[in-house]
Design a protein around this ligand. Structure first.
Ligand SMILES: [Fe+2]
Length: 456
């Protein structure tokens, strides 16, 4: 081998080694983030709410809370000293606003106030089954701090401010859902701080978050340490016994959060058996499912490629969709592909993009005016699939999946409104434009499941 080629190869290997060691150090050190983390809300229920925060100094956390800012007449206190704090407030009234003040008590000294004032409030969930309006936002693959993430967040907030709910006593958002990949690139605790908690702090202190589990979140262990998920149906639904997948209720909507990243999606697997039982047990009017890997996408990931993402998009389509559709799912939220794609009101396509048949599309309109009409909880009466993966960046892709008549290489977020039997879904771009808008109108259930033609 010529001397210069050998030198070049050695130089390249040395650079690779330096890069590898550098990344290892960044990821390793970032896994043990110690620093402040502003309060965030989890596991809302009609009579409970979990608050979490992190302090620089070890101490016993306490929360003073009440229905008026001037009268924080309840106190919840931690039993031991720590930097990571978590308190679940119990015995609250449904659909009610509470103000809170967070304090830290170090070594028996007078408690020091950390967070207080009129900006610190939350609202408990309405009674389960109650037909009140619901408004939630969806951020997809939001975990990359920077200009795009800021633009998307500000465009969402501006749209919400310009289009307030008719009832001003309600929160500006009831819930915040994500479709996973909440902290790039390795899901370290520090990356969660820089790329998720800091940029969304102003929302997270008032609006409970339900983050889906993405492949980047799974690179380290922070995700399950820093978020609290129901294992015993603390927020409604059927207890799953695991933080990886679970369901919850909010007013008359039932939400299902699945783990398409690490849990088995084989037929007969624990998650799918639970999913089937959960759907059978729920009497809620609306069914919304959220998870990371999309069943249909011609975006930065290709759902037709059985090897893309370890075949997890294929598993979702083949094994998860038949259960969701039989159970009457209305809306499916996913991410992973960094764009926005949205399907027809459809059913029964468990193959790739070549297996779509005309009779799988329930209504060949875009569902704005008139809205899609869908009977009650009848099985296979149609589901809309969305890919929302561009809340912090967008990538390139073919964007020509025939199941997805709306495919946009645009960054943005989604707002879902439910009121009076109508669900309206809007995709709001980083420039504040409503680039997609569809609605589903619930008509009386016929009590009959429709049929899917079996796949060849
Ligand atoms: Fe992903």
């Amino acid at each position: 081998m010529k001397k210069w080629v050998k030198r070049l190869a050695q130089g390249f290997l040395a650079l690779l080694l330096i890069y590898g060691v550098g990344r290892f150090v960044v990821v390793y050190l970032g896994s043990f983030y110690t620093g402040e983390r502003a309060p965030y809300l989890m596991m809302p229920a009609p009579n409970a709410m979990t608050l979490r925060w992190q302090t620089l100094q070890k101490g016993e956390g306490q929360i003073r809370y009440g229905r008026s800012l001037a009268k924080l007449d309840h106190l919840a206190t931690e039993m031991s000293s720590a930097e990571e704090h978590e308190l679940r407030l119990q015995g609250l009234k449904p659909g009610t606003r509470y103000y809170y003040r967070i304090e830290n008590q170090v070594d028996g000294e007078t408690a020091k106030t950390l967070y207080s004032g009129k900006a610190y409030w939350f609202m408990t969930s309405p009674k389960t089954g109650q037909a009140v309006s619901v408004r939630f936002a969806v951020l997809g693959d939001p975990g990359k701090a920077g200009k795009v993430q800021t633009q998307v967040r500000e465009a969402l907030m501006a749209w919400l401010a310009k289009n307030p709910r008719p009832d001003r006593n309600r929160a500006y958002l009831d819930l915040l859902l994500t479709t996973g990949d909440n902290a790039y690139r390795s899901g370290t605790n520090k990356q969660f701080q820089v790329d998720f908690f800091t940029p969304y702090a102003s929302i997270l202190k008032n609006v409970p978050v339900w983050p889906a589990y993405g492949n980047h979140d799974a690179r380290r262990w922070a995700f399950f340490d820093i978020f609290s998920f129901p294992t015993k149906a603390e927020s409604g639904g059927l207890a799953s016994g695991t933080e990886h997948y679970y369901s919850f209720d909010y007013a008359n909507a039932h939400f299902i959060m699945l783990d398409t990243t690490a849990s088995s999606m084989a037929v007969g697997s624990k998650m799918l058996n639970w999913l089937q039982r959960d759907l059978a047990a729920s009497k809620q009017k609306w069914i919304i499912a959220a998870f990371h890997h999309p069943p249909y996408s011609h975006g930065s990931h290709d759902s037709d490629n059985p090897h893309d993402s370890g075949g997890r998009m294929l598993d979702v389509r083949k094994n998860v969709l038949p259960i969701l559709e039989a159970g009457g799912a209305d809306l499916v939220l996913s991410g992973h592909s960094h764009m926005y794609e949205r399907s027809w009101l459809m059913r029964c396509n468990y193959g790739d993009s070549s297996t779509l048949q005309a009779n799988m599309i329930r209504e060949k309109t875009l569902g704005r005016t008139p809205p899609y009409k869908k009977p009650g909880r009848d099985g296979f009466s149609g589901t809309v699939y969305t890919v929302i993966g561009s809340s912090s960046k967008h990538d390139q892709g073919r964007l020509d999946h025939p199941d997805m008549p709306v495919s946009l290489a645009e960054s943005g977020s989604v707002v879902v409104d439910i009121a009076n039997g109508l669900m309206s879904v809007r995709f709001i771009t980083k420039r504040g434009r409503v680039a997609d808008h569809f609605s589903i109108l619930k008509t009386p259930a016929t009590g009959q499941a429709m049929r899917c033609a079996p796949l060849n």
